[in-house]
Ligand binder design. Structure first.
Ligand code: SR1
Ligand code: MG
Length: 418
């Protein structure tokens, strides 16, 4: 089928051409469709059977431009192929944490999947002060499993390279290379600054040689370190959750890149939420300390769960590729020391990418609503300054910060709990 762009009134006709969807949606005669996409790239439709609303699905279609900018910014719609392949791989590795795919079409650049209508997008809920009991543990598990089982620590030499080739996601990687790892660090026209943020704070990023070199190093790592299949856009808007479940959605940026990229995105987004909640809880008439403390605990838990699960998976599978390598007296200790160095490098990369992410969400085009949604521009500028300062410290100090506790310490020093 040749590609055409769907609209609310065309979705039902498309679905009628896919008979197997009746097992999910029931009769096609009473379907209702609403466009609900609020992301930067795609169109998202919720489809419901009006006679039985439990029969429902989400249809997501990529369009040949960047939605948040408009048709003037072309972007290959074929990016959907990566999202479909990544959703399937992630669901295979983490069945309880990824929505079910009911139907996918490479030609129409769309996917029809489970409607998570008992779950909410985490960012909006965290902005409102809601806690999710399982979130950090589930994210740590998702990171450990997806990143370990797609790495050379698990896959054989041929499969790994074939998988890397399958996920050469040139155009979406270019968005990250530009909008996360370059433009926020220079006087780019694409940047957007809070007018209440003094220029000297922007210069203190864009003209600081240590920051510049560190950001350039992280960009080079992003472009060259094909370690594992990344989600690629692992922020609070890519999680849907409730009290008992967490789902990870939207992996259209998936590609083989540095493990620390996904881990760092989670850390940075939780820290941006932490910064914003001093103002937000107070504005809601609440003491901000308990919720902000919870956000710091989640930051630590994500890393701790990721690290311990990744190491357990590695221990379980470590004889898979090199059964002889550490097989000598004392070899177990040497192997443990190597694994500790390996995890130290992942922490360093994670902090470098977390720093870039905090800076890009402050100076770059795409913001986080946690901070950018604060209407009082002076209050927002205080959050911006803290985000830049924590971001710079993580980015420049990534090789000397030795633990996630130190990261939490930096966050508390720059943005005190009060
Ligand atoms: C133009 S920047 C668009 C951003 O939206 C996505 O969610 C990614 O974070 C990307 O960088
Ligand atoms: Mg997205």
């Amino acid at each position: 089928m040749a590609y055409y762009m769907l609209t609310e009134d065309k979705v039902v006709d498309y679905i009628k051409g896919v008979p197997e969807l009746s097992s999910v949606l029931g009769s096609f005669d009473s379907l209702e469709v609403k466009e609900i996409g609020d992301g930067n790239l795609n169109y998202v439709y919720v489809v419901k059977n009006a006679k039985d609303p439990s029969k429902t699905a989400i249809l997501k279609q990529a369009v040949p431009f960047l939605r948040c900018v408009g048709e003037d910014w072309p972007l290959p719609k074929e990016r959907m192929r990566f999202e479909i392949a990544a959703l399937k791989k992630e669901r295979e590795l983490c069945p309880g944490l990824v929505p079910d795919v009911y139907h996918a079409s490479d030609e129409m650049c769309l996917v029809v999947m489970q409607n998570l209508d008992r779950h909410k997008v985490v960012r909006g809920e965290i902005i409102a002060g809601k806690r999710f009991p399982r979130l950090a543990k589930d994210l740590g598990e998702f990171l450990a499993k997806t990143l370990f089982f797609t790495s050379d620590l698990y896959l054989d030499h041929r499969t790994k390279k074939e998988e890397v080739a399958k996920f050469i996601n040139v155009d979406l990687c270019k968005i990250t290379e530009d909008f996360v790892l370059t433009n926020p660090f220079e006087a780019s026209d694409t940047n957007k600054y809070n007018p209440a943020l003094d220029t000297r704070h922007i210069d203190a990023v864009q003209k600081d040689p240590a920051v510049k070199a560190a950001a350039a190093e992280m960009k080079y790592a992003f472009m060259t370190q094909a370690e594992a299949l990344l989600h690629g856009d692992f922020h609070l808007g890519s999680y849907m959750a409730n009290e008992t479940e967490t789902f990870v959605i939207d992996p259209e940026f998936a590609f083989y890149g540095p493990i620390g990229f996904d881990v760092g995105k989670t850390i940075s987004n939780l820290l941006l939420a932490y910064i914003s909640q001093d103002y937000r809880r107070k504005a809601a008439g609440e003491d901000p300390v308990p919720f902000r403390t919870w956000l710091l605990e989640q930051t630590k838990t994500v890393w701790d769960v990721f690290e311990s699960m990744f190491l357990s998976l590695w221990a379980e599978h470590r004889d898979r590729n090199d059964p002889l390598y550490w097989a000598y007296e004392g070899g177990d200790g040497h192997a443990a020391a190597y694994r500790a160095r390996f995890m130290r490098k992942i922490l360093s990369d994670s902090l470098g990418f977390a720093g870039c992410s905090m800076i890009r969400r402050t100076l770059g085009l795409a913001k986080v609503a946690d901070i950018a949604g604060i209407e009082d521009l002076e209050a927002r500028a205080e959050c911006d300054r803290q985000a830049l300062e924590i971001g710079k410290r993580l980015l420049v100090g990534r090789d000397t910060i030795g633990s996630i506790d130190e990261v939490v310490g930096i966050a508390r020093a720059v943005s005190p709990l009060r």
